[in-house]
Design a protein. Structure first.
Length: 499
């Protein structure tokens, strides 16, 4: 009798366990590519790891990462122009690596390495030496009182847009070693309806919070501190706690401004037993990394009143982000129909709109940060989907209508606020005639821009679906802007060239 699982023959391994496609990560300057290889299938040990389920999120309570996350066991760097490769040896105590993030300007990237046999992830950097152009790996020391990095709700670290600092989410130093113990039941679970709440249909979600014990565990696992590591390229970087979250908070997202000085932070403010984490009440705030100032941009209550229609959305301001072409400008969307597609009481036929908010620095002994009132940028007849920018400031706006699967792409010229010009209107189910999506690449200050050889052209890439098979495409689309001052719903003249 054999003790343990049997291994299949080499023939069956080649047939049923082919190598997994490697993960590719490009450097910010598009000169280097990192190739990492993960196991073809998760191991039994990985599948048997404990799993916690809270607020719609499933995670590993020992490793503080998403559930059943595998790690790459090889690391190869390749220079794209010459094809030269350099294989890197992982740290001696490493079981595998994950979460590669390149510096926005320099040949350097950071990654997390799992210690063999221990539920701990360590932080490392890999940078190229200027003397011999060889890559070397070095550990990034974190403060001794720091327990561990927290990856439960996204990658724990990111660079600021200017590359001056590395931001790292860590477990607070005063966090207890063990999670809250489930108490003996003292009665039935009671849910309280907030005063002046409105009746609304609700979707069914799994793994929601159910009781105060779940709330306590949620705070235990999701509360983090934010560290700022300056001088990451040096041998002795300096680490400090961002003062705005010295006591810890629950982050939903963190975005660095194009100038690198500010952070746009969305943190959880109110919990709910009816919706998952992404719909919890949140506070959208602007943090200044050069001081302890914190400015509240918007407070959004729990989003538990969204209609069931797929064309519905939140009635509160949503989708906050920094304008990539400006140093200190915020953009956000808001429904003009209350988020309800059944509401046809519209002004100028608009259901959604984008707004701009400038950030002003008032000079004084201590700079005062002021977020100005929002001003309307552009309105939409359908629901806002996405907006992409060119380096010149031109924008390409997407809107959709789920009811008949239609989408429209508009051009927002650099000059002429609110004046948009139609690029195309089509059904997204018509895959054979899909024009593709604008090609983007990372540009200045770690911002992604649409690749434009000229101001009136852009590259499109797509799967190229056809009756025979997919034929990936790369097209050059040239368009002519309408000379009319008013908004035009007639598609602009355009020509497309297959490359």
């Amino acid at each position: 009798m054999s003790s343990g699982y049997q291994e299949p023959s080499d023939l069956f391994k080649r047939l049923f366990l082919p190598p997994k496609n490697p993960s590719l990560t490009l450097s910010s300057d598009q000169q280097w590519m990192v190739i990492s290889q993960e196991p073809p299938l998760p191991s039994i040990e990985l599948l048997a790891r404990p799993e916690e389920k809270l607020a719609g999120i499933r995670f590993d309570p020992q490793l503080w990462t998403p559930s059943r996350m595998d790690f790459a066991t090889t690391l190869v760097l390749q220079h794209l122009e010459s094809g030269k490769q350099q294989s890197m040896e992982l740290p001696t105590n490493s079981e595998g690596i994950r979460y590669l993030r390149f510096h926005p300007k320099l040949p350097l990237f950071v990654f997390a390495s799992k210690i063999k046999g221990e539920p701990i992830l360590e932080l490392y950097k890999c940078q190229m030496s200027e003397s011999d152009n060889q890559w070397t790996i070095h550990p990034i020391p974190l403060p001794e009182e720091t327990k561990r990095m927290n990856f439960i709700y996204g990658c724990s670290y990111q660079f600021t847009s200017d590359g001056a600092s590395l931001l790292v989410k860590v477990v607070p130093k005063d966090c207890p070693k063990d999670p809250p113990v489930k108490p003996t039941s003292t009665g039935p679970a009671i849910q309280v309806v907030a005063k002046n709440a409105r009746k609304a249909p609700g979707r069914t979600y799994q793994d929601l919070l159910k009781n105060p014990h779940d709330e306590a565990k949620f705070h235990y696992y999701f509360t983090t501190q934010l560290l700022c590591i300056d001088g990451i390229v040096t041998d002795s970087p300096k680490t400090r706690v961002v003062p705005q979250c010295a006591e810890g908070c629950i982050f939903q997202s963190i975005q660095s401004s194009p100038c690198g000085r500010f952070l746009l932070v969305q943190r959880t403010a109110d919990l709910s037993y009816s919706v998952p984490l992404r719909r919890f009440g949140k506070s959208i705030e602007l943090w200044d990394l050069q001081s302890s100032q914190k400015t509240v941009v918007q407070k959004v209550p729990v989003d538990d009143e969204i209609p069931l229609s797929y064309d519905a959305c939140s009635r509160h301001p949503r989708s906050f982000f920094f304008h990539p072409c400006k140093d200190r400008t915020l953009v956000h969307a808001q429904a003009l129909d209350g988020g309800d597609p059944a509401n046809n009481d519209l002004v100028d036929g608009e259901r959604d709109a984008l707004y701009l908010q400038d950030i002003e620095i008032m000079d004084g002994e201590e700079d005062t940060i002021v977020v100005k009132d929002a001003t309307k940028w552009v309105g939409m007849g359908w629901r806002f989907d996405d907006v992409e920018f060119g380096a010149s400031g031109i924008a390409f706006l997407d809107e959709y209508r789920w009811k008949d699967r239609m989408e429209r792409k508009w051009i927002l010229p650099v000059s002429g606020a609110g004046k948009k010009q139609l690029l195309w209107e089509r059904s997204w189910e018509d895959r054979y005639n899909s024009p593709g999506a604008p090609l983007t690449r990372r540009g200045e200050r770690n911002q992604y821009f649409v690749v434009q050889p000229t101001l009136n052209s852009l590259y499109l890439r797509g799967a190229g679906a056809s009756p025979l098979a997919d034929r990936p495409l790369l097209d050059l689309l040239e368009f002519e802007e309408n000379s009319k001052e008013e908004e035009s719903s007639t598609p602009v003249n355009k020509t497309k060239t297959r490359l």
